[in-house]
Design a protein around this ligand. Structure first.
Ligand code: COA
Length: 163
């Protein structure tokens, strides 16, 4: 049977339990899942690319078929370079749809052999995103239900000296 590699891209600033939920679904579907941290020229991340990768590695170390990587530039070029057959995207709400639809059609135009697959996280994670978690952590709110333990530790360290 054909072995399929899937790439799950994102800024992951930082990884949340919502992202982890998507990864856990993907590991059951594909032979290999590459979680790919984007430099993302449109965002100014709180965490460095190495820190973001480190947090993802800590959260996914129990999955033998997950690897963590980073990329710069076009996602579709990166995915093709990894010989991926699938790009995974999470769909949390209708509001995600329009942007995702546009991006996946553009990616399909650029590389028709790579399919974008949308997975829905558990509904308890549909309202969270990384910015909200960063804000919560900065204002010393309780983040433990929303991020993996090592990420919670790193967030606390980042904002330790901010009152
Ligand atoms: N659980 C919790 N939060 C989630 C989530 C989930 N399952 N899925 C997405 N989110 C959050 C993210 O944390 C992010 O939060 P933030 O905006 O507060 O940081 C937000 O939802 C948007 O996520 P997403 O749509 O995945 O954006 P992203 O910035 O993480 O990733 C890229 C977008 C990197 C995949 C995309 O910009 C890209 O491919 N860039 C490379 C250049 C390129 O090829 N462009 C496309 C040309 S067609």
């Amino acid at each position: 049977m054909k072995k399929i590699t899937a790439v799950y891209p994102g800024t992951f600033d930082p990884i949340t339990n919502g992202h982890l939920d998507i990864i856990e679904r993907a590991v059951q579907l594909f032979d290999k899942v590459i979680v790919a941290v984007a430099y993302n020229i449109n965002k100014t991340p709180l965490f460095s690319k190495d820190e973001r990768q480190e947090m993802i590695k800590a959260a996914t170390k129990k999955y033998k078929n997950v690897s963590v990587d980073g990329f710069d530039g076009l996602l579709i070029r990166y995915a093709a370079g990894k010989k991926a057959g699938v790009i995974i995207r999470g769909l949390r709400a209708i509001s995600d749809f329009e942007n995702e639809f546009q991006m996946s059609l553009m990616n399909r135009k650029l590389a028709p052999e790579i399919t974008t697959l949308f997975l829905m996280p558990n509904e308890k994670y549909t309202y969270i995103n990384s910015s909200l978690i960063r804000e919560l952590a900065k204002l010393k709110g309780d983040i433990k239900d929303f991020v993996p333990p090592y990420t919670a530790k790193k967030l606390k360290e980042k904002f330790r000296n901010i009152t």
